[in-house]
Design a protein. Sequence first.
Length: 192
Amino acid sequence: MEQVDYTQLTYLVILGSVILMWFVVQNRASLGKLIQQAMIWALIFVGALAVVGLWDDIRQTVRPMQSVVSEDRIELPRAPDGHYYLTADVEGVPVRFVVDTGASQIVLNQNDAERIGIDTGKLAYMGRAFTANGEVRTAPVRLKSVAVGPVQHSDVRAVVNEGEMGQSLLGMAYLQRFSSIEITGGLLVLTR
């Protein structure tokens, strides 16, 4: 249990009382206005406390997070933009993917590839991919490990996209490692 320092608490109470008394004396002619402003600040303070106390619930609503239910099941809530996002540890580095059943492979953008230790300048961009934005060049890579909680896969094939891409994609080459992919009630459920 934490020890309370009564000298600091006493000091803060005295300081607060002096400041409060000064405001009252300075504004005694308009005491009603002072009370109104004090109530507004009290409501702002209570609102700030409520936000701090409910922050986890607010964050989950604004930006839903994935949950690994077991070693055999991953649940991904639909984000407000309608997509499903999965954060996986790739080579021990967290990478946020958009789940894309239209992509055939795992596609890393340049930034994510560099964060996990791939030297993108030395890759051979000899592959081609056709995207909604046109044709892009890709380079094949092997990922030693891709883990989502206790769900781990090793020696995973992927490609690095040479073009501009805001988000890395988790395509069918990874999703097919699961026996079932189901979308139900705003959740994407991956089952091994």
